[in-house]
Design a protein around this ligand. Structure first.
Ligand code: SAH
Length: 255
């Protein structure tokens, strides 16, 4: 019997892969991967490694979960080292739990290799601290997916909210959060394509997202809370530093 590794591929930047994930990928006979996995990570594998895409494609749905489970099982039965590679961490909205249960019930050996989740990496790489003394001492990660029927009042008193899969419903989410009593002036950030060269941070407020939402490209993480103002300040300082460096260089001064 083979072995299955449920591996977190990190948020985007291949350098944020763990050393353990790197080693496991090197040993893999088969890799089944999702849409949010960086293509660079897939080049780590052996030349003869079989790589199968099981994510969403051009608006079409991903393979049904049962088919993915069966595919992993089939390869494990063939004595293969199987890597099930997911973006971020496999257990943060990654259906890793379902795969683990299925495989364990079938008596397959499974090991989980945690990954850096975008829920933490996106705010962090956008210079937004999730907790900050005197500003935020709690954060929650929640899905904005329409099928989940979230009771937003449960999050009214959490200092910082990190919302995954919330881009499409951002306007509704902002309205719901204001209804639960959150301050309409509360700052909001969207971190697009975090930790990749295309990372972009859009700053807004609950009020603005509720009335006139800014354009946001996916994948993006939505962050709500006072800590976002710290992030905004830090981004402005970085931009100013970059600008002054640029100005100095343009003056012909070696920096
Ligand atoms: N298991 C993943 C999350 C899967 S749900 C993890 O731990 O990161 C998919 C959601 O993750 C997306 O809708 C988006 O909100 C977020 N996401 C994943 N990668 C991202 C990235 N590089 N930048 C911004 N958001 C990202």
């Amino acid at each position: 019997m083979g072995k299955v590794y449920l591996v977190g591929g990190g948020p985007g930047d291949p350098e944020l892969l763990t050393i353990k994930a790197y080693k496991v990928l090197k040993s893999a006979d088969v890799v089944l991967y999702d849409a949010l996995v960086s293509k660079d990570i897939l080049t780590i594998t052996k030349l003869d490694c079989l790589k199968i895409y099981v994510g969403k494609r051009d608006g079409r749905h991903s393979l049904p979960q049962e088919e993915i489970n069966e595919l992993i099982y089939k390869f494990a039965r063939q004595d293969k080292i199987v890597v099930r590679l997911k973006g971020g961490d496999p257990f943060v909205f990654g259906r890793g739990g379902e795969e683990l249960t299925y495989l364990k019930e079938k008596g397959i050996e499974v090991e989980v290799v945690p990954g850096i989740t975008s829920a933490v990496a996106a705010p962090s790489s956008a210079l937004i601290p999730l907790t900050h003394r005197g500003v935020s001492s709690s954060f929650a990660v929640v899905t904005g997916h329409p099928n989940r029927g979230i009771d937003w009042s449960a999050f009214a008193k959490i200092d910082t909210l990190v919302i995954l899969m919330g881009v499409k419903r951002r306007q509704e989410i902002a309205r719901d959060l204001i209804k639960t009593g959150r301050d309409p002036k509360e700052p909001v950030a969207f971190v697009e394509k975090a930790t990749t060269p295309e990372q972009r941070v859009i700053f807004s407020s609950l009020e603005e997202v509720a009335l006139n939402p800014p354009e946001v490209r996916t994948p993006a993480v939505m962050v709500v809370g006072e800590v976002v103002s710290l992030g905004l300040e830090m981004n402005l300082v970085s931009d100013l530093n970059n600008l002054s460096q640029l100005a100095l260089r343009n003056d012909g001064i070696d920096t």
